[in-house]
Design a protein around this ligand. Structure first.
Ligand SMILES: Nc1ncnc2c1ncn2[C@@H]1O[C@H](COP(=O)(O)OP(=O)(O)OP(=O)(O)O)[C@@H](O)[C@H]1O
Ligand SMILES: [Mg+2]
Length: 406
């Protein structure tokens, strides 16, 4: 049943729907709260060009593109989770699979692709598993399957590629930098060749994490400079509040003033939907009266919970996994300093504080690291040019977990 709690008589009345909590799970499109304006912005951008969708981990990228795919009536969209893909052959295979699944006319659409495959293989290939020849010939096959698809009358074809950076990272590890570069270049060239082809790249690691190491290996191309970069922010506080309210209703949690509790939840987790889900999840099992202080206690307990239900340890692990070994102490040093600051500080100030902790040989290395930490959404620069953690909650976690509280 739908309830209108959005303030009768206001122009922006919002229809709130009771929902069960689902922290980290797959959401149905109607459970994705507060993303309509961003989705509109994305479709508008896609009218003209392809998109790289980036955000901090767990910010809601997958939920957004799945919703776009699910609600794309009249448009030809393909959604693929590339998390498990580790070779170019598997990439082509997964495209074939999605295309055949998505389109009732899939087999006909892939006719050119199948006959090319037959020529290369010397025999007909049935099913989706590709023969070994695809290890060598993946590029012509990739071009053929996309060509088949865009040749179909019916307008623009949209590929939503979730975890594409992770796929490239794995391919780079398995097959080397050159192959990862070739994939990026082939996809770019397909976008240049076919004006009715659109791609959305997104994933839990940033594409720049992969591009940086490809550049180190000598890659000079700019494989995404034709794509629009769009950042997924946290929810607006009012949307995070509405999400909390819907979850409180859905879990049938008894509180004296749901609106106040919902507001407190939204504010104490910086509007991040994933954490809103977790806090209400814990409230659903709460014994005793629930008041604003209860929310603060729940958040504090989450931050120091050794089981790490909020997946916060990831913020440290990512640096160890994707940054160069010699960069790790620099990144940690900068974040340690910023985690204890109560206001944003200038680059000069930051560099001085760092110099009092470790030997600094190269100021440019610090500048590059500050840039990288911004790309990875740890920190941000304000209009005055000063730096601070992007999310106070993550700052709090960092300070606590690194033992810098005093
Ligand atoms: N708009 C939203 N409304 C309600 N809940 C949301 C919303 N966005 C995210 N969530 C919550 O956060 C969780 C993570 O969302 P999602 O998987 O879309 O994030 P992601 O950015 O793709 O994460 P990752 O970086 O790990 O791939 C969801 O399972 C859900 O609990
Ligand atoms: Mg995701």
């Amino acid at each position: 049943m739908k309830t209108n709690l959005g303030g009768t008589g206001t122009l922006n009345a919002v229809v709130l729907q009771a929902m069960k909590t689902n922290p980290g799970g797959s959401l149905s499109p109607s459970e994705v709260v507060g993303r309509d304006a961003l989705i509109k912005q994305l479709w508008r951008a896609l009218e003209k060009q392809s998109v790289v969708l980036s955000a901090e981990r767990r910010m809601g990228k997958t939920s957004i593109i799945k919703k776009m795919h699910a609600e794309s009536a009249g448009k030809l969209t393909v959604y693929q989770d590339l998390e498990k893909v580790g070779t170019p052959r598997e990439f082509v295979e997964s495209i074939v699979e999605s295309v055949e699944e998505r389109l009732s006319t899939g087999k006909r659409v892939a006719e050119g692709f199948r006959s090319l495959l037959q020529n290369l293989h010397g025999a007909e290939v049935s099913g989706i598993k590709l023969p070994e020849v695809a290890d060598r010939e993946w590029k012509v096959l990739l071009v053929a399957i996309i060509k088949d698809l865009v040749a179909k009358p019916g307008g623009t074809v949209y590929f939503f590629w979730d975890e594409l950076p992770l796929m490239l990272y794995k391919i780079q590890k398995n097959s080397g930098e050159t192959v990862a570069m070739e994939i990026l270049d082939t996809l770019r060239s397909l976008r240049q060749t076919y004006p009715l082809l659109r791609m959305v790249y997104t994933g839990s690691i940033g594409l720049h994490n992969v591009l940086t190491s490809l550049k180190r290996a000598g890659y000079a191309n700019a494989p995404i400079n034709d794509m629009k970069k769009i950042d997924v922010p946290a929810l607006q506080l009012i949307d995070a509040e509405n999400l909390a309210l819907q979850l409180i209703m859905g879990e049938n949690i008894q509180v004296a003033d749901p609106q106040i509790i919902a507001k407190t939840i939204a504010q104490s987790v910086d509007g991040i939907a994933f954490y809103v889900q977790h806090v209400v999840d814990r409230l659903a099992n709460w014994q005793g009266t629930i008041e604003a202080k209860t929310i603060k206690d729940i958040v504090s307990n989450y931050l120091c919970d050794a089981q790490d239900p909020l997946d916060m340890r990831y913020f440290q692990e990512r640096i160890k996994t994707y940054y160069l070994r010699e960069e790790v102490s620099l990144a940690y040093g900068l974040l340690d300093i910023l985690s204890t600051e109560t206001v944003a500080i200038s680059f000069g100030n930051l560099a001085n504080k760092l110099a009092s902790r470790m030997a600094i040989h190269d100021l440019e290395a610090i500048r590059s690291m500050v840039e990288l930490l911004q790309l990875d959404h740890y920190i941000q620069q304000n209009p005055e040019g000063n730096y601070a953690f992007r999310f106070p909650l993550i700052q709090r976690y960092w300070k606590l977990n690194r033992g810098l509280s005093h």
